[in-house]
Design a protein around this ligand. Structure first.
Ligand code: FES
Length: 121
């Protein structure tokens, strides 16, 4: 089973808000890699925590938020769920538990690697 892979070069996302989306075809996964306001890189499964729609459809860009086009849940660059449309319809929703699912990553010589194992060694 392939769990690791080269996803991008760090220079692809030099500024806060820059992002890339990479397909990991052998795992049928889409990975969203962002550079946060604090300049820290984060990687997430590109899957909405509501009903698993794709969050970001562009392959590369810059944004301050990510908005799922299905029911308009909005996420911060660090993956936290920022807002929910018609939140009154979700009285038991704990937004802190609905962040994008993080993916382990590492940077080596400007190359970003991910590990899709939920608990990488
Ligand atoms: S599936 Fe993303 S907001 Fe509903």
């Amino acid at each position: 089973m392939v769990k690791c892979g080269l996803t991008s070069r760090e220079v692809e996302i030099p500024e806060p808000g820059d992002f890339v989306v990479k397909a990991v075809e052998v795992r049928n996964a889409s990975v969203l890699i962002t550079r946060g306001k604090d300049r820290v890189i984060c990687a997430f499964h590109n899957v909405c925590s509501h009903r698993a729609s794709t969050v970001e459809w562009q392959e590369q860009g810059a944004s301050s938020i990510f908005t799922c086009s299905y029911h308009v849940w909005t996420y911060d660059l660090d993956g936290k769920l920022r807002s929910v449309l018609a939140q009154a319809n979700f009285p038991a929703l704990d937004k802190a538990k609905c962040a994008l699912t993080p993916i382990a990553y590492g940077v080596w010589n400007d190359l970003t690697f991910i590990n899709l194992d939920p608990q990488p060694a």
